[in-house]
Design a protein around this ligand. Structure first.
Ligand code: BG6
Length: 471
């Protein structure tokens, strides 16, 4: 059977404001949680932003976006996923009126995309909660965040209603389980945060997300609003029934997030979990009805799969995209220890589609690697990133397989289409892009952009609507 991508498939790339914009206090922007996370997720936040934080300058996209969008257009992008930095629009998060200069920046950015026929896909909250909300309210633990978020969502929906059609409510919403500060703006240290507070915070995010779907559809019925989850298929380490049950239970911890977004109510297995853990979710009047505003599509990141086992001696946790898990003995890993499993992508796509029968959007996938800038035979600087091409090709073939399985897929945006600062480790040497940015972790570099080998490769993939993958 010949594999193919549907007509109108949205090919593109993805980034997040805090990882590339820089200009962290320009034009009225307030501080966000990322501005005090100089070393990623493994060290506690600093009191105020410090010079060793690569994100404060990022790749200076704030001032260079025109050049960068032009390069995306040269590759033929149909879609560009980025986020709006909440603290550019509401610098502290609890104001009544937005910051006009912040709004103007995104007006200009989206206009620039449209100049080239590129559709923006916008994440409303991507790991960049206004710092004031984290420090003064303890982030999403506080119910007031629902109102602040709703005001922010209403503001940007109204402002960009004719410029943005595709929206995502929270980036990798399930990552709050492991990283409450980065993901949920929760200042209480993780070890002191009780399960009751954590799951109540998650409930607040669910309500806010569903409210955004409701408000968005009222403002523009053509909006397509999706949830965004960190996906990681979990395989039993052995066929032992205890491993299979343990795998199912681990899976539920994450599946629960997409279940609520897609179905509009808490699944039975979570009611059991709450009961067994003494958790009582407080529902405000109306919450149940709000949750019924389910998403139009399911979007997710996919980098790797993991294994699970009931055997405590084998529960060794490997490296991985935020959540991590038991390593798979059959798989190789990236330079950062993330195991590479293209077929896992086909599995997870089928699993999502079988479960929800809603369209999917692959909004993150890619290889973080150390790249070396070299000079080619024409005297141009480039990166010979055959390893990245291999990774992306193998994954895209599996997307095509899933499409052949009958899965409805709106598009694919590879992560970090231009080099940017890593979310987990805050480094720039972990590069994902088709475009190399001359900036280094010691702060040196010209910020010049160079096309990597994968740039030309992806251009052909898009131009042939995926057919070049199968040559
Ligand atoms: C996802 C995030 O976890 O993976 C991105 O949504 C992140 O923000 C990406 O950058 C890759 O992870 P990392 O840690 O390599 O940057």
């Amino acid at each position: 059977m010949s594999l193919q991508f549907p007509e109108g498939f949205l090919w593109g790339g993805a980034v997040a404001a805090n990882q590339l914009e820089g200009a962290y206090q320009k034009d009225g922007k307030g501080w966000s949680t990322q501005d005090v996370m100089p070393h990623g997720v493994k060290t506690p936040p600093t009191e105020v932003p410090t010079d060793d934080n690569m994100k404060l300058i990022g790749i200076d996209f704030y001032h260079r976006y025109k050049e960068d969008i032009k390069l995306f257009a040269e590759m033929g992008f149909k879609v560009f996923r980025t986020s709006i930095a909440w603290s550019r629009i509401f610098p502290k998060g609890d104001e009544l009126e937005p910051n006009e200069q912040g709004l103007q920046f995104y007006d200009a950015l989206f206009d620039e995309c449209h100049r080239y026929g590129i559709e923006p896909l916008v994440t409303i909250s991507h790991y960049e909660t206004p710092l004031h909300l984290a420090r003064e309210y303890d982030g999403w633990v506080n119910r007031k965040l629902v109102d602040f978020y709703a005001r922010y969502a209403r503001t940007i929906f109204t402002r960009y209603k004719d410029k943005v059609k595709y929206w995502l409510t929270f980036n990798e919403i399930n990552s709050i389980l492991e990283f409450p500060f980065m993901s949920g703006g929760i200042s209480t240290p993780k070890e002191k945060l009780g399960k009751q507070e954590l799951y109540q915070a998650i409930h607040h995010e669910f309500v806010a997300s569903a409210l955004a779907v409701k408000i968005g559809h009222e403002i523009n019925p053509d909006f397509q609003i999706g949830c965004m989850v960190l996906s990681m298929p979990i395989y039993p380490l052995t066929p032992h029934p205890d491993d299979v049950i343990k795998t199912m239970e681990s899976d539920h911890k994450n599946t629960f997030f997409a279940d609520i977004h897609a179905r509009g109510y808490y699944p039975g297995y979570m009611k059991r979990f709450f009961k067994e853990n003494g958790i009582q979710i407080h529902f405000e009047p109306g919450d149940e009805a709000i949750l019924k505003h389910t998403v139009d599509f399911i979007s997710f990141s996919y980098y790797m799969s993991i294994c699970e086992t009931a055997d405590p001696e084998k529960q060794i946790r490997g490296e991985g995209n935020l959540l991590g898990g038991v390593p798979n003995p059959y798989l190789e890993a990236s330079d950062w220890g993330w195991q590479i499993d293209p077929k896992g992508l086909r599995c997870i796509m089928n699993a999502f589609y079988d479960r929800y029968q809603k369209p999917l959007f692959v909004v993150e996938n890619g290889l973080g690697a150390v790249d070396r800038l070299v000079t080619d035979e024409n005297g141009d600087k480039t990166v010979e990133d055959g390893y990245r091409i291999q990774y992306l090709r193998d994954h895209l073939v599996q997307v095509a397989e899933a499409i052949a399985d009958g899965v409805e897929v709106l598009g694919y945006t590879s992560w970090g289409c231009i080099d940017l600062v890593s979310a987990s480790s805050a480094e720039l040497k972990k590069r994902y892009g088709f475009i190399y940015v001359d900036r280094h972790d010691d702060g040196s570099g010209t910020l010049e952009r160079y096309r990597k080998k994968s740039f030309h490769w992806y251009k052909e993939v898009i131009a042939t609507n995926g057919q070049s993958l199968f040559k």
